[in-house]
Design a protein around this ligand. Sequence first.
Ligand SMILES: Cc1cc2nc3c(=O)[nH]c(=O)nc-3n(C[C@H](O)[C@H](O)[C@H](O)COP(=O)(O)OP(=O)(O)OC[C@H]3O[C@@H](n4cnc5c(N)ncnc54)[C@H](O)[C@@H]3O)c2cc1C
Ligand code: SF4
Length: 506
Amino acid sequence: MSDAPGSYDVIIIGSGAGGGTLAYALRNSGARILLIERGDFLPQEPENWDEAAVIGQRRYQADEVWFDADTGRGFRPGVYYFVGGCTKMYGAAFPRFRREDFLALEHEEGVSPAWPITYEDLEPYYAEAERIYLVHGQAGEDPTEPPRSLPYPFPALPHEPYMADLAERLRSQGFHPFALPIGVDWREGGRCIRCFTCDGFPCKLLAKGDADVCCVRPALASPSVQLMARTLARRLLTDATGRRVAGVEVERDGVRSVLRAGIYVVSCGAVNSAVLLLRSANDAHPNGLANSSGQVGRNYMAHINSTLIAVDPSRENGDTFHKTLAVNDFYLPGAHSKYPMGNLQIMGKIQASGYIAAGRPHLSLDERRRMARHSSDWWIMSEDLPDPENRVTLGSDGSIRVRRKFKNEAAHHRLVHAAEEMLRAVGYREFIHQLMPIETNSHQCGTLRFGDDPATSVLDPFCKAWDLDNLYVVDASFFPSSAAMNPCLTIAAQALRVAAHLAGSR
Ligand SMILES: Cc1cc2nc3c(=O)[nH]c(=O)nc-3n(C[C@H](O)[C@H](O)[C@H](O)COP(=O)(O)OP(=O)(O)OC[C@H]3O[C@@H](n4cnc5c(N)ncnc54)[C@H](O)[C@@H]3O)c2cc1C
Ligand code: SF4
């Protein structure tokens, strides 16, 4: 990390899970770091926990339109432009990927490719990321769990009564429910009050383990880290050789300028990072920066997700913080299926509006409220297999186009069915499930895959672009496969691994 032609050693573009974690990890490295972020700090205000404002009016969601490349339909993507990126709104579920997720794994509709690194390569960084993001968990409950070098930094959040009872009933049927690892400040004297509005809401108390609170703010305490918020990176410029990034053109308050550093790290989220590289096409890189393989924008994935609302009229759910339980009995090939199907996890408590209203529009509000009081609500997540035709491209007018055709949908439907059967066995009688559409891109990844071969990947195993000597990418776009677990911990762990690599090369 030397050879800086500008005022900075490292410019990081995007302050979410990838970029924020990298800035934190490099804060004491001696490198002069500039973090560029298109959004501002998310305000602490009453609306943070107001369902009508957050879900009804989509107060914090980016106000922009992307296009479905197959149909031409415009849609408002589920992305959030703030310091901390999408982690400001996330559910803070922090599972590690399983050891098998790093290996080639046969699925019903194809093979999930091997990563160029193993679980063991990432394990120490998983442990560090869990500490940084205040992860609370309990090892030893889930048979698919990979080995750990350290215990969880904090004990699991205890289930509230309804969830504790559900876990017992699932166990009695031979399932292995486990404490979903969650990153919140539930330490002794911590700020978290275990409220109702966590998953999908910003935390009014700054108690959620997000990239803003856990990484960016602590990084800014270092004199060598600066943040330039409300600053959009428009394109990257290369030098005459085409081998090095020479600057980033930014726009702030309508004014454009070029900022320079020795090393550039793109971390804008999987779609926007691909878009930035495509928009940076020049004579040396006519198809977009770092795109000699033709892979930039390809293999876009976002998990195949459904919500499942399961109603047991005989039990009232009086819990407040629900998201403490998950089930991986269908995750790997085994007794239930020849092929992997995915993960089941409780999500933030749904209300009478939203998913219930969409699934049962004919019911009165009172009936929907009764369902919500008697339900457990699940996020059902299957691996989205990479497909080069699922890709991010630019329209002729520069608009963002996303092509997404599910690849592994049959396994997902079988998982929804298996979840219903599991829940029927413990007393649930009515189910509403809904497949998430293209706009639910919260787990977006792929688009700039890392690998061992420059012909088939964009990034090397340390996330440096094969085609450029000083360009790195540390957001979810490096994933060559999506696994079927929440992505954030893996993004953060790889950012820490890249930071160690950069610090070592100083
Ligand atoms: C509602 C919701 C719930 C979720 N729940 C979970 C969960 O429980 N567990 C989990 O693991 N994951 C969860 N996720 C997903 C998780 O938030 C993302 O996987 C993660 O934040 C992705 O990290 P990233 O670094 O790739 O992108 P982001 O965190 O989105 O960061 C990208 C950053 O780049 C900025 N940016 C974009 N373009 C530019 C540009 N041109 N110039 C300057 N800045 C730019 C953005 O403003 C943003 O701050 C959830 C997401 C959502 C939306
Ligand atoms: S549960 Fe805790 S971390 Fe989540 S929003 Fe409420 S107070 Fe914040």
